[in-house]
Design a protein around this ligand. Structure first.
Ligand code: F6P
Length: 365
């Protein structure tokens, strides 16, 4: 039986882009709450609901059967930063601070704390709300896996599974047609999805933001494979990868978003250049939001459940201003400000990177 607590009403929200495992966390928070004598309020559409006053009580029956479901039953948004609230006036977008509305709703709903499930954008907002006196607990989500304070974010390995499966499928068609196939994956400024997905799916070349690539090195690898009788190649390129002498490829900028930059397009650039320079027939596949949708893998279901159950325990023990984190095999908690201090990027001494190099994968450097 869980320890008694004076904490009575907990808000839960999912912020930023969705990712597999969000529902499993919501379930992991809500189911144990009853045993603590707590009521859970599901805040709709991330911080947008907190600003605009959209929430509903979550009971056990609301979270029953959602463990394996992708997306989030609460809805999410990456345009709802209370400190950076875009409003259209006279055809122009101006940015307002709506944090006072957050305080108002928090008080109106009689919340004792909020569990915010999200990535670095969400954790930055949590830190600012903590500074304003709100009791916040963070749960680290993102397919990008770029939060330094936790060994892994939930959702990452579900995205990696999608990439790996896509590469398996593209492998057979690439080899049948003796083609080069370039697969563009997500990850923003970190190369974790490309590295792990490329490694799992047997890519021949992996291009990541942390290692700017040289065109000659890519062409050289494809040529080397030709000489070995391997007439096809698979290239897994992170959306944030760029050539040594080139820029990031940006799809669009949107001032309304918490992060205005949307990456995308490097896959086509790489494919076109390979075809023109090597004469090899080349195709590109952009995996896009397939990586974020669908059912979480068993690993992510377990991690998300552990994160959720640990977050509600932190709330019961009044440990606020903390983010749940995986350290080795254990779920721990870290200060939210420490969680956002550094972005986690792929370093040269990363064992997956070293192993990838040892099995002959080129990083285009
Ligand atoms: O942060 C998760 C992520 O999927 C990134 O990998 C990607 O760059 C971005 O979100 C895409 O955002 P949106 O869904 O707004 O296009």
């Amino acid at each position: 039986m869980p320890a008694k607590t004076s904490i009575r009403r907990i808000g839960v929200l999912t912020g930023g882009g969705d990712c597999p495992g969000l529902n499993a966390v919501i379930r992991g928070v809500t189911k144990p709450a009853e045993d603590y004598g707590m009521t859970v309020y599901g805040i709709m559409d991330g911080f947008e609901g907190l600003v605009e006053g959209k929430a509903k009580e979550l009971r056990n029956e609301d979270v029953s059967g959602i463990l394996s479901r992708g997306g989030t039953i609460l809805g999410s948004s990456n345009k709802g930063d209370p400190f950076h609230w875009p409003v259209e006036k006279d055809g122009k977008i101006i940015i307002e601070d709506r944090s006072e509305d957050v305080i108002k709703n928090y008080k109106a709903w009689n919340l004792d704390a909020i569990i915010a499930i999200g990535g670095d954008g969400t954790m930055h907002i949590c830190k600012k709300l903590c500074d304003m006196g709100l009791k916040m607990i963070g749960v680290p989500k993102t397919i990008d896996n770029d939060l330094d304070a936790t060994d892994v974010t939930f959702g990452h390995y579900s995205a990696v599974f999608v990439v790996s499966e896509a590469l398996d499928r593209l492998h057979t068609t690439a080899s049948s047609h003796h083609r080069v196939i370039v697969v563009e994956v997500m990850g923003r400024y970190a190369g974790w999805i490309a590295l792990h997905g490329g490694l799992a799916g047997g890519a021949d070349i992996i291009l990541i933001p942390e290692i700017p690539f040289s065109w000659d090195s890519i062409f050289g690898k494809i040529h080397e494979r030709e000489l070995m009788g391997k007439k096809f190649s698979l290239v897994c390129v992170a959306e944030g990868a760029r050539p040594k002498d080139g820029e990031l490829v940006i799809k669009e900028t949107d001032k309304k978003r918490t992060d205005p930059v949307r990456l995308g397009g490097i896959g086509k650039v790489v494919a076109d250049r390979i075809e023109t320079s090597t004469g090899k027939e080349t195709r590109v596949t952009v995996l896009g939001h397939l990586q974020r949708g669908g059912s979480p893998t068993p690993y992510d279901r377990i991690l998300s459940t552990k994160f959720g159950a640990f977050a509600i325990e932190l709330a019961a023990n009044m440990k606020f201003g903390r983010m749940v984190a995986l350290k080795g095999d254990e779920i721990k908690n870290v200060k939210i400000e420490d969680a956002i201090a550094n972005q986690k990027l792929v370093s040269e001494d990363n064992q997956a990177l070293i192993a990838a190099r040892r099995v002959g994968i080129s990083f285009g450097d």
